[in-house]
Design a protein around this ligand. Structure first.
Ligand SMILES: [Zn+2]
Length: 312
């Protein structure tokens, strides 16, 4: 038995073919075929499935799982809305792909699949109650309760980036004010950096080897060299993230919190202030017993999607 996972982004789609014991047989990336409309997308994904069927003909394919950034109805396999996929609305991907491929198909939110990936590959399902924060361009998340992915009543649970950490605070991409993402997304981090660094050009010249833009990696390089502003930026980032984590600890009292995504690579700079912030919460027990880990895997979303098929 094998599964095929897809992590469908606005630009690229990652694909993972996995054996039942979570062994990855093949992993690759294609350009997301979304330029010529939805029907073309279905046709190209189906074509890819046909060629993988041939390549892995000695196995039975038990299912497909597409992880998509957007509002997903995972019960019915409908993509309600995807901002990065030509703003597609109400597409029944499950129905359309199953009809052509004859293989069972699941549609899930990408952050939920990243969370499942962390649960399977980073903790080997050791913690029954676990919350994952995906830290990248935006902030997302996923919740595992009792060893199961918690989706909520409309498959919308785990939108951790849009919990409000500062009422009436900064405007968020979602239209609301004070969301975690408005403080811990990539854009606000860079915005803060540009505001605080007096001579941006000089800063870039000093710490960058390969670019002329301020990026999270550049801020990490500067922090590594003990630049005060960079250290402060990460410490503030951690403090804000810590407010989000602290709220989740008060709400769910999980055993483990895991950070994944590109910005999690800077965890050594922001982790102390995450912990400090959690410690400020008046109810101490959830924070004292929490294990906070950082995912060791890249492409955790697509691996999580492939692994998730075997739970069905
Ligand atoms: Zn928001």
């Amino acid at each position: 038995m094998i599964s095929i996972g897809f992590d469908v982004g606005g630009t690229n789609t990652k694909v993972c073919v996995m054996e039942e014991k979570y062994k990855v047989l093949k992993e690759f990336m294609i350009e997301t075929p979304n330029r010529n409309g939805y029907d073309c997308f279905i046709k190209e994904i189906s074509g890819l499935i046909v060629s993988l069927k041939k390549e892995f003909s000695r196995f039975t394919i038990s299912g497909l799982c597409l992880a998509i950034a957007g509002d997903v109805d995972s019960v019915n396999g409908v993509l309600r809305y995807a901002p990065n996929l030509n703003q597609w609305r109400n597409k029944n991907i499950k129905h359309d792909l199953e009809k052509i491929s004859n293989i069972k198909c699941f549609i899930e939110n990408d952050a939920n699949m990243a969370a499942w990936g962390c649960y399977v590959f980073d903790t080997q399902k050791k913690f029954n109650d676990m919350v994952v924060f995906t830290l990248g361009t935006g902030v997302g998340g996923g919740i595992i309760i009792g060893g199961k992915l918690y989706r909520g009543s409309t498959s919308t649970a785990g939108e951790l980036g849009h919990m409000i950490i500062n009422s009436g605070g900064r405007k968020c991409g979602c239209g609301n004010y004070g969301c975690l993402e408005a403080y811990c997304g990539t854009a606000p981090l860079i915005y803060d950096a540009k505001k605080r660094i007096r001579d941006v050009e000089d800063f870039i010249k000093k710490y960058s080897f390969d670019g002329d833009e301020i990026t999270p990696e550049l801020i990490s390089k500067a922090a590594q060299k003990k630049n005060d502003i960079a250290l402060r930026l990460w410490s503030d980032y951690g403090y804000n993230l810590g407010t989000g984590v602290g709220n989740i600890l008060m709400l769910l009292n999980p055993e483990c919190v895991c950070f994944c995504g590109g910005i999690s690579r800077a965890s050594k700079f922001f982790m102390p202030s995450v912990k400090k912030r959690i410690d400020e919460y008046g109810i101490k027990t959830p924070g004292r017993n929490i294990k906070i880990i950082v995912s060791k895997h890249h492409n955790i979303g697509v691996a999580g999607a492939a692994a998730f098929v075997f739970e069905k």
